[in-house]
Design a protein around this ligand. Structure first.
Ligand code: ADP
Ligand code: MG
Ligand code: MG
Length: 504
């Protein structure tokens, strides 16, 4: 297939076949750590059970050429975002609390002020690590237009589902190996199911930072959320780090770090004091790398003390994944400003980025609501049916879509417009379906529904060292599939399932 048309999907199966596949899928998921913690109310402090992650029974068709393009572009995106994160003037102008979005968006302003304070007091670690995920949907401009790959967003903090996406790709291979999917489709062949080694790839990024830090016996700190249910996605990285790299990991919340973390004067070494819980009676451990799986939403900072804990970590010599400035570089506002030719031209110049045209073509139209006096708002009103509005937030559930836009604009205070971007809707071709399987919630069993799939490509970049180089890699992929009528794609929020690709 040329990739310009997608097959009828999913293939027809009988009720018995669906039940057999569902049983295989859920038991395989539970056996192989494709799991979540159950909801908090049934979960003791030390977990005793897990539930399988929401999943698709069949892999979903995805054009090979667009899959390969997304993987190629990741190398350029890694370099692009490393360059943006190093551009202090640009970030001050776009995200800052004096000249940029941070003036009107409280959370962005908080993060920027921490970063400003850090610069005023002296940066102790110039290197940064990013574990990135660039997300895409397929787009069709019109009836006869070709399929295109369009970027939804670029994540620079807490990019999740790397480990679980590897496990779901293995699940679909297992279903193929054991049932041959009942020979229901000629495209369901092993050579169309690409490998996915995201766990080793992401762990390699963390290990590269650890090595650059240069103290082999130090540990890596995972900063995690209270009540996190997606812990296994993180644990897989921890297991890989100890088993393949002999690097130990400690998990702590901001609340725990308020008590345990200290920065040694002069050396700026980050140490966690954990008496009674360390090997060989040690009182504290040195931290080489701080990996944030928390800190991307204001909910993670319920008090000023939480911001102070973030500041303490940032002020240390440990390498941060991401640093405050790399987190700010991932703002939706940055994504929008990049679509301005003169801005992108500055980053695209020179030979550092290979496929500048490819990057440009992956973008939808975007603008700031505060642009051109009232022009930005007027355009958003006029084109509402074709738009999504996004604030400077991560984690799903924050956007405003289509017919909700005009009433939303009626109530949005003029001074807050700057915090929002308008983005053209990516129009994903219809006609694809799948069987979605969720644990609990009264919907046990597989439900057949029309779906939309969002591709994520993982990559990492380590940069900011004395030689000015960017060490980077593309390391794997994720497919999240949601019911066609749900606007948002967050798995954790219960809207979508983990899936993998069958290339067509
Ligand atoms: P977040 O950082 O909260 O994940 P996203 O930009 O990824 O924010 O938006 C959340 C979801 O909204 C996406 O996963 C996608 O399903 C949908 N979405 C976002 N932008 C677009 C768009 N331009 N066209 C269609 N759907 C979109
Ligand atoms: Mg997203
Ligand atoms: Mg995001």
């Amino acid at each position: 297939m040329a990739g310009q048309s997608l097959p009828q999907w999913p293939p027809e199966i009988t009720d018995e076949q669906r039940e057999a596949l569902t049983l295989r899928a859920t038991t395989y998921a539970l056996s192989h750590g494709l799991v979540y913690l159950p909801p908090a109310d049934v979960q003791p402090p030390v977990p005793t059970s897990a539930i399988h992650a929401p999943l698709a029974l069949f892999p979903s068709p995805f054009p090979r050429e667009h899959f390969e393009l997304a993987r190629r572009l990741q190398r350029d995106y890694n370099v692009l975002y490393a360059r943006i994160a190093m551009d202090e003037e640009f970030l001050d102008n776009v995200m800052g609390a004096e000249r940029g979005v941070g003036r009107v968006d409280e959370f962005t302003g908080q993060l920027w002020r921490l970063w400003k304070r850090l610069r005023d007091q002296g940066i102790s670690q110039t290197r940064h690590l990013g574990l990135f995920r660039s997300d895409y949907l397929l787009h069709k401009e019109g009836e006869d237009a070709p399929l295109e790959l369009k970027q939804v967003e670029f994540n620079t903090i807490s990019s999740s589902f790397g480990a679980l996406s590897q496990n779901v790709a293995k699940l679909h291979r297992h279903l193929l190996a054991t049932t041959e999917y009942y020979n229901t489709s000629p495209i369901l062949r092993l050579e169309n199911l690409p490998p996915n080694d995201t766990i080793s790839g992401l762990a390699e990024g963390l290990a590269a930072a650890h090595k650059a830090y240069g103290s082999p016996s130090a540990w890596i700190l995972f900063v995690v959320q209270d009540g996190e249910r997606n812990v296994f996605d993180q644990r897989w990285l921890e297991y890989e780090l100890i088993e393949k790299h002999s690097i130990r990991v400690i998990r702590q919340t901001f609340g725990q770090l308020a008590v345990s973390a200290e920065v040694v004067p002069v050396s700026r070494i980050l140490r966690l004091r954990l008496p009674g819980s360390l090997p060989r009676g040690a009182e504290s451990v040195e931290i080489s790398t701080v990996y944030f799986r928390a800190g991307y939403t204001p909910k993670d900072y319920p008090t000023a003390a939480h911001y102070e804990t973030r500041y303490l970590l940032e002020s240390s010599a440990a390498i941060k994944c991401p640093s405050l400035q790399l987190q700010l570089a991932g703002g939706k506002k940055v994504q929008q400003v990049l679509t301005t030719p003169s801005v992108f031209g500055r980053y695209a110049s020179g030979s550092v980025i290979g496929d500048t045209e490819g990057l440009r073509r992956s973008w939808m139209g975007m603008w700031g609501l505060d642009e051109g006096g009232l022009e930005g708002v007027r355009e958003a009103r006029d084109q509402a049916q074709n738009l999504v509005l996004k604030p400077q937030r991560e984690g799903g559930g924050n956007n405003v879509y289509k017919s909700d836009i005009p009433p939303f604009l009626d109530t949005l205070p003029a001074e807050e417009r700057e915090a929002w971007i308008a983005m053209e809707l990516i129009r994903t071709p219809g006609g694809l379906g799948n069987y979605l399987v969720r644990a609990g919630g009264g919907t046990a069993g597989a439900i057949k529904t029309e779906v939309v799939s969002e591709l994520g490509i993982f990559g990492w970049a380590l940069f900011g060292g004395p030689d000015g180089s960017v060490e980077e890699k593309e390391v794997g992929w994720l497919l999240r599939t949601k019911g066609k009528d749900s606007n948002e794609g967050g798995i954790a929020a219960g809207f979508s399932v983990l899936d993998s690709v069958v290339l067509v």
